[in-house]
Design a protein around this ligand. Structure first.
Ligand code: F6R
Length: 241
C-alpha cells in the first residue's frame, strides 16, 4: 500500500521525511540509505538532531543502495565519499556498520551476492529511496526484473544525463555502470520511504502511483509493497489525479 504525503516543497519534504525516519533512529535498527540530491535535506536534519538531541547511531547499521563502478572511494562523487561527507562523518555510526556496495574489484557479481547475504542477515527496517526521472529506484533502470538481487548494471542514457551535473556537466566523466541493490532486495525492506520533488519527477511519480505495475517503470513495483510512504512536493505531484 502506498501512503502519499503531499507537501509544498523540498524543505517541507525533508521535514516530513525526518519525522518518519525519527522512529527508526533507535538502537538495533537497520537503515537503507540513498544518495543523490533528494536525501540531502533529510541528512542535514539527521545531523542536526544528532548534534542537538544526541541521537546516537552507535548501535544502528546501514546499507546503501548503490555505487558507481570504477570510481575510487576517494573520488568526491563516489557514493562512499558522498555518504561520508553528508552523513557518516557527522554522526557516530561505526565505519564497520555503514555499508556502501563496492564498485571496485575483480568479481563485482560475487561481491554483489555477498552484499545481498549481509542484508538478509540484517533486514532493513526502513529503506529510503529517491526516484529517477525514468522511474528507476536505486539504479534499477526500466526493464530490470522485479526479482533482481544486487547486480552490476549499465546506466540509462537519461540517468547519465541527469547525473552529469555532479561531474562538471561533462557527460564523458559520468561512469556508465553501477552496482545496485536489485528490486527484489529493495522490496525485502520492512518499510519504504520514497521522496520525490521537482517537476522533472512528475511523470515518474504518476507512473509509479497510477500506472500499471510494469517493469517499464521500476518504481511501480512499490504498489505491491505492504508499507510504502511517498512524500511528494507540489511540482512532482502535478500530474497526479
Ligand atoms: C541514489 C539512487 C538513485 C536516486 C535517483 C534520484 O542512491 O539510488 O536512484 O535516488 O537517481 O536522484 P536525485 O535525488 O539526485 O534526483
Amino acid at each position: 500500500m502506498i501512503n502519499i504525503i503531499r507537501v509544498k516543497d523540498y524543505e517541507e519534504a525533508s521535514d516530513k521525511a525526518f519525522e518518519v525516519m525519527k522512529d527508526f533512529l533507535k538502537p538495533g535498527k537497520v537503515l537503507g540509505l540513498a544518495t543523490g540530491s533528494t536525501p540531502l535535506g533529510l541528512y542535514a536534519r539527521m545531523v542536526k538532531d544528532h548534534e542537538e538531541n544526541k541521537t546516537s547511531y552507535a548501535d544502528i547499521r546501514s546499507f546503501n543502495l548503490d555505487e558507481y563502478v570504477g570510481l575510487p572511494i576517494s573520488h568526491p562523487e563516489s557514493y562512499y565519499a558522498f555518504m561520508h561527507r553528508n552523513l557518516f562523518d557527522k554522526i557516530d555510526i561505526k565505519e564497520e556498520n555503514a555499508h556502501v556496495p563496492s564498485g571496485l574489484g575483480d568479481d563485482l557479481e560475487a561481491q554483489a551476492k555477498k552484499y545481498d547475504a549481509m542484508i538478509d542477515e540484517s533486514p532493513v527496517d526502513i529503506q529510503l529511496l529517491g526516484i529517477g526521472s525514468d522511474g528507476h529506484i536505486a539504479f534499477n533502470e526500466p526493464g530490470t526484473p522485479f526479482n533482481s538481487g544486487t547486480h552490476v548494471t549499465d546506466l540509462a542514457e537519461s540517468t547519465i544525463k541527469d547525473n552529469c551535473r555532479f561531474f562538471d556537466n561533462d557527460i564523458s566523466k559520468v561512469p556508465t555502470q553501477a552496482v545496485t541493490q536489485g528490486i527484489g532486495t529493495i522490496m525485502k525492506a520492512r518499510n519504504i520511504l520514497l521522496i520525490a520533488t521537482g517537476a522533472n519527477k512528475a511523470q515518474a511519480v504518476k507512473d509509479m502511483i497510477e500506472g500499471p505495475i510494469d517493469e517499464a517503470c521500476p518504481a511501480s513495483v512499490l504498489q505491491r509493497h505492504p508499507n510504502v510512504t511517498v512524500i511528494v512536493d507540489e511540482a512532482a505531484a502535478a500530474l497526479l489525479k
